[in-house]
Design a protein. Structure first.
Length: 229
């Protein structure tokens, strides 16, 4: 577990199978919500959205087993997108920072064990430097691999965080521009993610190519959604 403090509450993020999870109990405490209402919000989600949540239990002060949910980053985003106010926005960003820090730590641990595509390419170049046959053709092949690697490398966690923050800013701008109620926030949030998926032909904004990061930011900043209900 990794502990951080948000709104004077010690939050414990959980690492399992290379992924990071938060609990509905911590979310309720930080955002000053009744836990039963947070559980209700999760139960009211679509079946697809609930795939990001896993029902667990904890012991209450009366030593009674009570239900709670563990949620991944996407589940957290779905759950809190309707929480409004300046304080709530800061709490969201603090949670996201916690997810990012822990995911980066997990990624560094994994890199100690597995060779990255970049290290594999450098190894290939070193081996070719010692070869006397077919050097020119091999160098051309490596250049092609490097170009392909550059185009296929996806945005890193820091860039994912910047995209999330830019989406939050754009959601607030669109709400204010169109004088919309807070209930429309989820639709705007989902619309921005849908735009990114359609433009870059990816399953998630996390799969956007690193070389197209600036283009993604520009699209978010200038997106005009169809807000008709």
């Amino acid at each position: 577990m990794s502990a951080l403090v948000i709104n004077n509450i010690e939050v414990s993020l959980i690492s399992k199978d290379g992924k990071v999870f938060a609990t509905s109990l911590d979310v309720a405490k930080v955002f000053e919500k009744e836990h039963k209402n947070v559980l209700r919000d999760v139960s009211n989600m679509s079946e697809r959205a609930r795939l990001n949540f896993e029902l667990k239990s904890y012991l209450s002060l009366n030593n009674k087993e009570m239900p709670m949910y563990e949620m991944n980053r996407d589940g957290f985003s779905f759950l809190v997108m309707g929480f409004t106010g300046e304080k709530a926005e800061n709490f969201k960003l603090d949670f996201i920072d916690g997810f990012n820090q822990m995911e980066n730590a997990l990624r560094e641990q994994q890199s100690m064990v597995h060779l990255t595509p970049q290290s594999f390419t450098m190894k290939a170049i070193a081996e070719m430097a010692n070869s006397f046959l077919g050097v020119e053709n091999q160098i051309k092949e490596v250049k092609g691999e490097i170009a392909e690697l550059k185009n296929s490398t996806t945005i890193d966690y820091a860039q994912q965080q910047k995209i999330q923050k830019q989406i939050a800013i754009r959601v607030a701008e669109l709400r204010n521009t169109h004088s919309l109620e807070s209930s429309y926030q989820r639709k705007i949030f989902q619309g921005l993610h849908r735009v990114l998926k359609e433009v870059f032909q990816v399953g998630s904004y996390k799969d956007i190519a690193k070389v197209r990061f600036n283009e993604a930011i520009h699209i978010i900043q200038n997106s005009k959604l169809n807000l008709s209900i």
